[in-house]
Design a protein around this ligand. Structure first.
Ligand SMILES: *Cc1c(COP(=O)(O)O)cnc(C)c1O
Length: 499
């Protein structure tokens, strides 16, 4: 299977090349040229498969230039008992008779980014060999908090690869920051950028799209790649767990094979929900996707009006991993929804680039409305939701998952749609402990306390153990303290690389 550009401006490439390039060098994103199909029979045959076996099947359909042994090796390195604290890898938690949380945070860094970023490094290492590159790979990562640490953990000490992470200075939680700045490894670099996530992401995208700079690096034996969800290698492993969640519901007798489910996803860059959409297009029985935003509700407005308008104030919320106004993967979604029409994509994204706004046509809107609903939750609603679930079910959710749950409740209220529903639970609550403890115990509970004391208190209150990746963060030495202006990232990269 080959991969083509959403903008029709590049040749079709193998999956190894798409993963190594990260983004289309001439602008645009790689997508599969067609979608493989899983029939009801295929799905029925997978009901009793392990997570690893489902992964093997799904990745095999997309990464056709990898051998079965190579895929198997990558899976073994990623989804094992050392990296994940449960053999199910992504277990379901049943909230009531039609609502299930898909817990995607059992990996080493406590957020769903591990689901892809544990397997991406071996996939990339093999890709580099396949395309016979003799260059050193430098991964540039823009992070709203969670991708950074997950990518650092995945790529640290991988031979032939260096990784540089850019995060918004003051724009991530304390735990997220410490997770990144205490990372060891001989090939890891972390830079705090004076700007927000969109500034980081834009700067990195510009660097990828700058032919002169890339040529300059090539002359120094360096090639750039990406670990953000603009890279197809990030998306394809995320398709696995949507199929896995459906199979788990069938296996547990909660639904019958063929029944439709709803899928709710707390959304920032639109990567996670897009992976679910790909699962649907492959044949997974889905009734509706519900796209949940925080107060940076550019996507909610877009899906409700057809107008994407990023010209608005950027709001720092208690679900910082969704503080994004430019949702990169929307480009892929619109390309897929419109039957691979790259002319429209070029038109819309040129407009977005020039004015910050674009409007889609009525036909596209109707296609989207048939499969997707959208909503948002405010800061207060997010905290109230955490409290309500805790009090009623003694289950602790993080702020991002709470946004998804609130939007889902609103959806059920207005539609009376009681289709069995899987909610993507994207982070372990300890990762956003201050907001979670405040939600459960009130603002006094966190006033004047440092993050480590709050972690301990949340442990007592919730009865959950602190995720191993978050323990003793304050005792680890801080190894990274670079700070840069958003205009100076190229300079910073050159300094780090010594070019
Ligand atoms: C990254 C992230 C999101 C948003 O996912 P996208 O793929 O960017 O839409 C939601 N919740 C958490 C905890 C995250 O880390």
């Amino acid at each position: 299977m080959n991969y083509i550009s959403t903008r029709g401006n590049f040749e079709a490439v193998s999956s190894a090349r798409a993963i190594k390039l990260g983004m289309v060098p001439t602008g645009g994103l790689f997508v599969p040229e067609f979608l493989p199909v899983l029939s009801m029979n295929d799905l029925a045959n997978m009901v009793n498969c392990s997570y690893q076996e489902v992964a093997e099947k799904v990745l095999g359909l997309y990464l056709t230039d990898y051998s079965a042994e190579e895929i198997r090796e990558c899976i073994d390195r990623a989804y094992n008992g050392q990296n994940f604290d449960t053999p199910e890898i992504a277990p379901l938690f049943q909230l009531n008779n039609h609502t299930y949380f898909l817990e995607l945070w059992h990996g080493p860094t406590a957020a769903f980014k591990d689901m892809a970023l544990q397997i991406m490094p071996p996939l990339l290492s093999k890709a580099v060999k396949k395309v016979q590159s003799d260059k050193e790979i430098v991964i540039l990562v823009a992070t709203s908090g969670d991708t950074g640490k997950a990518a650092l953990e995945g790529y640290k000490n991988v031979p032939g690869i260096r990784i540089i992470v850019f995060y918004p200075y003051g724009g991530v939680s304390k735990v997220q920051e410490l997770q990144m700045t205490t990372t060891d490894g001989n090939n890891t670099y972390v830079v705090a950028v004076k700007g927000n996530f969109d500034d980081c992401q834009n700067a990195v995208k510009e660097i990828f799209g700058d032919p002169d700079y890339n040529h300059f690096l090539n002359e120094h034996g360096i090639e750039l790649s990406s670990a953000n969800s603009i890279n197809w290698g990030r998306l394809v492993p995320q398709i696995i767990y949507y199929i896995w969640s459906y199979l788990s519901l069938v296996r547990q007798g909660q639904i019958n094979m063929g029944d439709k489910i709803n899928i709710v996803v707390p959304t920032g860059n639109f990567g996670n929900i897009l992976a679910g959409y790909y699962a649907y297009r492959m044949g997974l029985p889905v009734n509706k996707f519900i796209c949940a935003s925080n107060e940076n509700k550019v996507l909610t407005d877009f899906f409700r009006t057809g107008e994407y308008d990023r010209n608005r104030e950027f709001i720092k919320t208690n679900s910082p991993s969704m503080d994004i106004l430019i949702s990169s993967n929307l480009e892929r979604f619109l390309f897929e929804v419109n039957g691979h029409n790259s002319e429209l994509i070029n038109k819309w994204f040129r407009e977005l680039n020039a004015t910050g706004v674009f409007n889609i046509d009525a036909e596209t809107r109707a296609r989207i409305d048939a499969i997707l609903a959208a909503g948002f939750a405010t800061e207060e609603e997010t905290l109230a939701t955490i409290r309500e679930v805790f009090e009623k079910k003694h289950y602790t959710v993080d702020t991002h998952t709470a946004v998804a749950l609130k939007v889902y409740w609103d959806y059920v209220k207005s539609t009376k749609d009681h289709t069995p529903t899987v909610i993507a639970s994207t982070a372990n609550p300890f990762k956003f402990n201050a907001a979670v403890l405040e939600a459960i115990k009130g603002p006094e509970a966190i006033a004047g306390k440092d993050e480590m004391a709050i972690l301990q208190e949340l442990r007592e209150v919730s009865g959950m153990e602190i995720h191993p990746g978050l323990r003793d963060l304050d005792k680890k030495p801080v190894r990274h303290n670079r700070v840069a202006a958003k205009e100076e990232l190229v300079q910073e990269i050159n300094n780090i690389l010594g070019v």
